[in-house]
Each structure stands twice: as structure tokens, then as C-alpha cells.
Design a protein around this ligand. Sequence first.
Ligand code: SUG
Length: 451
Amino acid sequence: MAFEANFDGLVGLTHNYGGLSIGNLASTAHASAISRPKEGALQGLAKAKMLADLGLVQGLFPPHQRPHLPSLRAVGFSGSDKDVLAAAWKADPALVRAAGSSAQMWAANAATVSPSTDCADGRLHFTPANLMTMAHRALEASQTEASLWAIFANSDHFAVHHALPYQSLFADEGAANHMRLCRAHGEPGVEIFVWGRNGFGRQHTAFPARQTIQTGQAIARRHGLEAGRTLHVQQSVKAIEAGAFHNDVVAVASLNVLFCHEHAFEDRLGTHEAIKRACDGLMEAVIVEVPEAEVPLSDAIKSYLFNTQLLELPGEDRLVLIAPEECRENRPTHRYLQKLVASNGPIGRVMFVDVRQSMRNGGGPACLRLRVVMDDAQRDALGARAVLDDALYQDLSTWIERHYRDTLGPDDLADPNLMLEGQVALDELTDLMHLGSDFYPFQREALLRTW
Ligand code: SUG
């Protein structure tokens, strides 16, 4: 029996507001604000626990080592870890800000995932995203790949690829630009890759279009997807210019339902048509489109109406939307949601969650999770201790309480104690999550030193 699991990225110890993502309005608006890492990590964990308590399989990805010293060493800083940090800060604080970002918490960008039923070899395929458009995110892929290898450790069931080549032609932001429609999770689906630019052409947007059509085509080939059930559709230029830096800011799909804004796609009617055609014979695709007249694009982006988790919950006959609190506070969005659940449509209930620490960097509930459709045999084949149960929840809560700082200001990233606190905490986490003692670069360096 197949089901959809969600793997959330644990918020890291350096969660901060670096103002690093041009085109992501929340990131720019909160640049240099004081962040609250402990609160952020507990908010993310509480959301994960809520979904586990609702009866879903909920996993977690460990945070990455930050600041990412291998990147600073690669650009010419040397000596002890403290020397590297101090010299990099002195040379250019922006380098340390990029190397200190905790952006790996947005697991929707970790990888693109294709369930076994869609893939020619019958395995569940992952392509870690190279995230090469943003310097602070391009550091993530190798550690993401290590996490995927640790958790999806069985090659009879899982295929974990390398990230695509690090070139603009294959700019990849993972599942944030990928949707899947199906009648039931275990049945063949239609995979939809959303792109913002043609990698061989010119960039037509002022804000970066972070994904190319060539990326989706390459992933579809690697995963062995069937051409007739794979679509490549263009995100609207208007949406990118308004601050929708990923498709998941203007659209979300679950089962046979696509919930999207009127301005989500460049060729609105053509895209709807193509989706219906591809789904023909497999399911009846239902498109719930929110008109600009009811929720203007700017409100949808502010409230993150579409960066919601659209879920099939045990015992409920209609889908449930997990939305950020901001959707309750934004007038047009809240009005629309009330109307939506009162209608006889496929979405029957909205639950609100507080993920404000993440939202201030442009990360809503859906950004924080990577969806993985799997079956019972695949669940049994998972490695590490990554699926949330009461015991893991307790252990992680205690770990966060003990190691995370309450607040971080922009210059705290230069503090060598923050770096050391992170290494102590992550070393303990590898034990707690059964990830091995050579999981992070700092652990491998320490091992080498003992030889
Ligand atoms: O890539 N923000 C992330 C938010 C990612 C949200 N993910 C999805 N939509 N799936 C980004 O823009 C801000 C970091 C900073 O400014 O400190 C940041 O990276």
C-alpha cells in the first residue's frame, strides 16, 4: 500500500536573516533582523509532530554544518577552523553570511522525487538539487546527497543520483518546481516540471528564474519517466516578477487536485489543457484556480496561500490544507479560504500552523517538507533514525533546547563559539539519528587528524 511521507528539514543552529535571496521578498524585507533559532527549530518540529499525530509518516533531515568551512577553504582561507572563519569575515563578511546560512531547512528544495510507479526501473528516484542560482544554497547538494544516502540506504528500493552539473543550463531547485497528479499515491502519476527560463536563451525576468526547462528534461530522463505522463510547463513571468521565486509559491498539487493561482502559469489555458490531456485515462484532474480578483497575486505571495500542504488524512473524505498563520491574517486570503471549505470542492478543511521564523525568510509549511511517496516495503528499508515517533520527538526537543541559541544577530555568524557549538550539537545529532560518526565534514577532518 503506497502513501505519501513528508520529510522536513530541521531548522539549523545558525538560522538567521541574511537577506540573501534576491527575488524572495520576505528574505529581502527581513535582512539583518534578529532571528530566533531555538524558536524556529521548535516551530518546525511542532509542525512535523502535528502531522505525525494526524497519522502520517513524517521524517526529518538533519541540518548541515554551518558555517560551511569546506567552501571557505576552497576559496583560499586556511589554518585552523577559527583562523578560516576570522580571515573570511575580515576579507568579506558576505562570504561568511553565505557559508553560515541555514537554508537547508527548506527541504522542498532538497531534491526532486519520483515514486517507483512512475520510474522505468521500479525504484524510487531522487535527484538532489544543485541550487546553483543562489550562492548560499549551492553549498547544500553534497550534504543533502549524504542525508539521502543515509536514509534511503537500500539500492534495491531507492536510486539516489548526484546533483545535475553545476551550470546555469541545469539550474535546479528541486521539488519546489515539481508537482505530481495521481488518482491514488500508488497509481501511475503525471509529473509536472515547472520552469522559469530556457537555459539556452536569455533571462527575461528582473528577478532570477531559478529553474530551466533543460533541468526538468534531464531529471525525467534520469528517473526513467514515461514521456506521455511528463509535462514541462512554464511558470508565469508575472509571478516571478511579483516574488514567486518557486512554483510552490503559486501552486500545489495533491492526488488529482491542482490548487493554483490564476497567474501561476505563462500559458494558463494551454497548461490546464495539457494537464487534463496527460491525466486522461488515469484520473479526472480537478483544477481549483484562485482568481486574481479574489486573491491578488501580491496577497497570495504575502500570505503563502499556495505554500500549503495539501493532504489526504486518514478518516477524512476531503483534502486538508495545512496553512501558515499568515493566511488567517491576510484578509482576501482568509475570506477565500472560508469560501473554499464551505463550497463542495475537494478541499474540506484548513489547519493553521505557526512557522513564522521560517516565513520571514520566505519559507512556508510546504517549503519545509519533501514529499516521498513510498510503500510499506520501502518504509521498512529506510536507514538511520529519521522517522518521527514520540521518542525521537522527545530526543530532538531536548537536543534543541540544550544546544540552540535564543537569538542571532547578523554579526553573530562571525562568532567562533557559534561555529563550535554547532559542531558539538551536530556531533551529538549524528548519534541520536544514527547517521554515523563521519557524516559531516568536521567529523571526517577530526577522524583524519587521529590517523
Ligand atoms: O531559497 N530563503 C529560501 C526560501 C526557500 C523556500 N522554498 C520553497 N519555496 N520551496 C530561498 O530563497 C533566505 C535566506 C536568507 O536571506 O537568510 C532563503 O534562502
